[in-house]
Design a protein around this ligand. Sequence first.
Ligand SMILES: [Zn+2]
Length: 116
Amino acid sequence: MAMVFCRACAKEIHETAPICPQCGASQHVARAAPADIDSPWLAIVSLILGIICILTLIDDSPWDRSTLFGMSIFSVASLACGIISINQKRPGNNLAIAGVVLSVIATLCFAGLSLD
Ligand SMILES: [Zn+2]
């Protein structure tokens, strides 16, 4: 079985021990998730990028190739952020799903426009 060292007194303890049997120090800090795992920023980024793509699609001003290329990158980035957020079970799951749906729609539209 795997052993780790107590964070307080450095005595060897089992890795799943919640507290050190020697000094009683909590060992939870070692297994805490990264600070940003609880934040919904990826989902929000996904949704914002998705909305920008959709707004660009609705806007009927003429596009050149570089605009189309730029918006394709936006939609792929939105898709990636949303999928990562959902995979990591971050908060803001609904936002991430909305972002993914919008970016998939946008990607399909951009792909269709690119073929013209
Ligand atoms: Zn200890």
